[in-house]
Design a protein around this ligand. Structure first.
Ligand code: TEU
Ligand code: CA
Length: 549
């Protein structure tokens, strides 16, 4: 336990690598705390409810920090808790420098930051620079100001096409479905200009060419850093800059919750100047980390966000987009490492989050899905860099098939009921007991219903069971933290037959074997320190992984 505490704190110099590479690296400068951190993503609505309204909140999280300390995470990332009408559950921000009463207000986040730091857990917050809520005072002023007003300059208001301006200014689609433009009806009842929203109509896009926008964002960053947060997850970090003239998308494959690299709505090159400006602010707080949500697939274009004067870390969604297939996993890992190497940046890994479905279900669900999820967790935790675990992943939670009438994700309505959206992976966490709400809340009417089958998956049950997914995660994180075999920034692939993968950490020497094939796999040489499923006749069964030293 003392080793655990020791590794946290200001700087974390991971020495003890035996390879010449790692020895050189640590002689040059100590590594920042986040370079090998395990981040735990808290979806605050779904973590723990303190006041019985059926919606998770910050005091609920503070009261449950022991779970995270025992799990052994280094930091939490909390999805937005700032003031919001909650059209997109907090990603529609009306006041970026105050906490919504639903989550407990400012006092609750101050309590959370203090309590987390006391346990050695860092706190990173979500910030949403691409858009505001339509309830934000700026947008309200823009509506009130009317066409041509200065207040409209902070957003994208445009006249429509066609004889009476009844057509949207361009053909862009909203990521949540339908047009990315909504027409404003003036106080006298006449429909006039349109405004741009890449997401929900209640999330108007900001015009980052307007100087107020960065100035205000700087205030927000400094506000939270002065309140003691350890960094930011930057929402839609590839989205803030729009191409001049807002040209139509042509021949680009889009769709609900989808965008591609050739999509003009995102990843315009001038976004990098914005990141450089953000970095100059954050550099005043040298411990702080920025993690960008960058949905860009091309290695070169993705890595541009990680240049030394831009983001510290970029989300790497490759592992969340592939099947449980040895070839795909190999290529995703290789590509991820190649991409970060372009800028000598730190790799990151993530299997799921509040937007993409849970891996247990992606890998086929049921027993087999869970086995594969545990195996992939070992692959992810064996890789160099920072790791993001999504709340409930440590319990092996699957997606939930929710009835139509409870769906809340705006995609459900906006897609004309063709895309069910992301609620399936946002169902509250089961803590204890045999019936919903499983200790999540005192109110049975939780914001999304919890399935009765989760009685078997509560934190309390899993804590008492040495073979549970929770016990497995705790053991894996403990080994990753304590053992020098996890040192070094490079991996090498060892020979493995079809359907299998074996890689070795060059610095520390950890070997990770994955059996994604049909038949049991002979283990490579070494001492077994963990396997995701019991060995059978000394062999690694299918859908399992092993760590050896
Ligand atoms: O997501 C941005 C985004 O582009 C996603 O909608 C993505 O396209 C999709 O999920 C891929 O599966 C961020 C937040 O993570 C999301 O929750 C918000 O709804 C969105 O921004 C708007 O703020
Ligand atoms: Ca609550």
């Amino acid at each position: 336990m003392s080793g655990h505490k020791m590794k946290r704190g200001g700087m974390n110099s991971r020495q003890g690598g035996t390879g010449p590479g790692s020895a050189r690296a640590s002689a040059r400068r100590p590594e920042p705390w986040w370079s090998s951190a395990v981040f735990y993503q808290v979806y605050p609505r779904s973590f723990a409810d303190s006041n019985g309204d059926g919606i998770g909140d910050l005091d609920g999280l503070t009261a449950r920090l022991e779970h995270l300390e025992q799990l052994g995470v280094d930091a939490i990332w909390i999805n937005p808790v700032t003031v919001s009408p909650m059209a997109d559950h907090g990603y529609d921000v009306a006041d970026p420098r105050d906490v919504d009463p639903l989550f407990g207000g400012m006092a609750a986040i101050e309590r959370l930051i203090a309590a987390a730091h006391q346990r050695g857990i860092k706190v990173t917050m979500d910030v949403v620079p691409n858009h505001t809520s339509s309830a934000h005072p700026w947008f309200q002023a823009a509506l009130a100001g009317g066409p041509g007003s200065a207040a409209r300059g902070r957003y994208f208001f445009r006249d429509g096409g066609g004889p009476d301006g009844a057509l949207p200014p361009n053909n862009w689609e909203s990521v949540f479905g339908g047009s990315a433009w909504t027409r404003v009806v003036e106080p006298d009842g006449t429909p006039r200009q349109w405004y741009l929203h890449l997401f929900d109509p209640e999330q108007p896009d900001l015009n980052w060419d307007h100087p107020d926008v960065f100035d205000d964002f700087e205030k927000t960053l400094r506000f939270w850093l002065e309140h003691g947060v350890d960094g930011f997850r930057i929402d839609v970090a590839h989205g803030m800059a729009k191409p001049p003239g807002l040209p139509d998308t042509q021949g680009v494959k889009t769709g609900v919750l989808r965008h591609s690299d050739d999509d003009p709505r995102f990843n315009h090159p001038s976004v990098h100047a914005i990141h450089r400006d953000i970095r100059t602010v954050v550099d005043d707080y040298p411990w702080a980390v920025t993690i960008g949500e960058v949905w860009v697939t091309d290695n070169v274009r993705w890595a541009e966000y990680l240049r030394p004067d831009e983001l510290h870390l970029g989300f790497n969604f490759r592992l969340s987009k592939i099947d449980f297939d040895a070839g795909e996993i190999h290529d995703a890992i290789q590509n991820s490492l190649a991409a970060t190497a372009l800028e000598s940046a730190t790799p990151t890994w993530t299997l799921s989050n509040h937007d993409v479905g849970r891996e247990v279900s992606r890998y086929g669900g049921g027993e087999i899905g869970l086995r594969r999820a545990r195996a992939m967790a070992m692959v992810m935790l064996a890789l160099p860099g920072a790791v993001f675990i999504y709340n409930g992943e440590e319990l092996g939670l699957p997606d939930v098939q929710l009835p139509d009438e409870v769906l809340q994700d705006p995609t459900w309505e906006r897609s004309g009921h063709t895309e069910r959206g992301r609620d399936k992976c946002r169902v509250p966490i089961p803590w204890s007991g045999d019936t919903p709400p499983f200790g999540f809340s005192t109110c049975a009417d939780t914001w999304l219903p919890m399935p009765q089958e989760w009685a078997a998956l509560t934190v309390k049950k899993q804590r008492a069971d040495p073979d549970s997914t929770l016990s497995f995660f705790r053991r894996a994180l403990e080994l990753r933290r304590a053992r020098s075999e996890f040192d070094g920034g490079e991996i090498e692939w060892l020979d493995a037959s079809r359907g299998r993968l074996i890689f070795r950490r060059r610095g520390g020497g950890l070997v990770c074997a994955l059996n994604a094939g049909r038949r049991p796999m002979a283990l490579p040489p070494g001492e077994l320190i963990l396997s995701s499923a019991p060995l059978v006749n000394d062999k690694l069964p299918r859908d399992a992984a092993a760590w050896l030293v």
